[in-house]
Design a protein around this ligand. Structure first.
Ligand SMILES: NC(=O)C1=CN([C@@H]2O[C@H](COP(=O)(O)OP(=O)(O)OC[C@H]3O[C@@H](n4cnc5c(N)ncnc54)[C@H](O)[C@@H]3O)[C@@H](O)[C@H]2O)C=CC1
Ligand SMILES: O=C(O)C(=O)CO
Length: 324
């Protein structure tokens, strides 16, 4: 039983696997793992614990169809061709729930930071531009109390964001989701609306859907033009869900008021990106799940899925149950 781990993860996960007699190889070099190297090394292993951005495409899944299990160190699985994994009969698992609180924290931080221009004002101090004589009308923020929060994708993280915004600011919750979420409707008085209505009515629009062919690029200029000029756009899901040039234009032309991003396209964002210099924008480098608690729990969950897969048992967090 041999597993290849494509980046170091917390020890708790490594020890769990080793305690089961699994031979663990970890890619711990500073440079990224090239696609061909990934294939060649994975061929020498019976399981893959995939951490980070390597694309597990149809070619990879064909070349490595001997794998007994792939455990992703993420809840998002847009970087794996799930259909090809089904064809290769490889069970694939992700890490749901354990990172929802941490990721919601980041969506909430971004919403607050944008609403008060906090990142920009911090930069003003660093740049020596703290001016005590500034106009009382300069750089004013927007308050969130009783405003309307729109959520695209009311799943685990979207629901947590809705709960917090309701509790902290009594925000009115609208959501657009594949299915109705009765828990949110009953407990948070959330209302399901169309995507068009979500755009039109939200004061803060927070994106929590998965990246799919349907959601890719859905926030384009036409979508931003349907939003309120006072609206704040938050994306902690995936950078490809919004079209960056259109977002830049929407902010520059005052089509929307502000934006907070934990995800960009591409990642990393270049340091001269205009979004980094706008007062009403806050950008973070994809740190949604980056807490000790979440990352330990993700390591444990990924390891448990590897152990089950190598024993031929059903994966607890299977994303392609069609393989069974
Ligand atoms: N910034 C970060 O570090 C992190 C980002 N994420 C991202 O957050 C996403 C959501 O995670 P979870 O809440 O755990 O997933 P989830 O599966 O519980 O929720 C996703 C929701 O999106 C909805 N959805 C999918 N397509 C849709 C569409 N076309 N229209 C409307 N709704 C749609 C689904 O019905 C589901 O309710 C992940 O897929 C991942 O991309 C997750 C964790 C950390
Ligand atoms: O889990 C995910 O999908 C992330 O983006 C980061 O952990």
């Amino acid at each position: 039983m041999k597993v290849f781990v494509t980046k170091p993860i917390p020890d708790i996960g490594i020890h769990l696997m080793q305690d089961q007699g699994i031979d663990v190889t970890i890619w711990d070099q500073d440079r990224p793992l090239m696609q061909q190297e990934l294939i060649e090394i994975t061929k020498q292993h019976s399981a893959l614990l995939s951490v980070g951005p390597n694309r597990l495409d149809a070619n990879f899944l064909k070349e490595c169809r001997h794998l007994k299990v792939i455990a992703l160190y993420s809840v998002g699985y847009d970087h794996i061709d799930v259909e090809a994994a089904v064809q290769s009969t490889i069970p694939v698992a992700n890490t749901p729930n354990v990172l929802s609180d941490a990721t919601t924290d980041i969506a909430f931080i971004l919403m607050l930071a944008v609403s008060r221009k906090a990142f920009y004002m911090h930069k003003q101090i660093i740049n020596g531009a703290w001016n005590s004589n500034r106009s009382t009308k300069a750089n004013l923020g927007i308050e969130l109390k009783n405003k309307t929060l729109g959520i695209l994708g009311l799943g685990r993280i979207g629901q947590e964001m809705a709960k917090r915004c309701k509790g902290a600011y009594n925000m009115n919750i609208l959501y657009c989701n594949r299915a109705a979420n009765m828990v949110a409707e009953e407990e948070l008085q959330a209302t399901k609306v169309s995507f068009a209505e979500l755009l039109q009515r939200s004061d803060v629009l927070s994106v929590h859907c998965s990246l799919t062919a349907e959601t890719k690029g859905v926030f384009d200029l036409a979508a931003f033009k349907k939003m309120k000029p006072s609206a704040i756009f938050i994306n902690t899901a995936r950078g490809q869900i919004h079209q960056e040039q259109d977002l830049i234009k929407a902010l520059q032309d005052g089509i929307i008021w502000g934006a907070g991003l934990d995800v960009t396209n591409p990642e990393p964002m270049k340091p001269d990106n205009p979004l980094l210099f706008m007062p009403n924008v806050a950008v973070l480098p994809h740190i949604g799940s980056a807490t000790v608690e979440a990352r330990n729990a993700m390591a444990r969950l990924a390891a448990e899925n590897i152990i089950c897969g190598l024993k031929g048992e059903r994966l607890p967090n299977i994303v392609n149950p069609e393989v069974y």
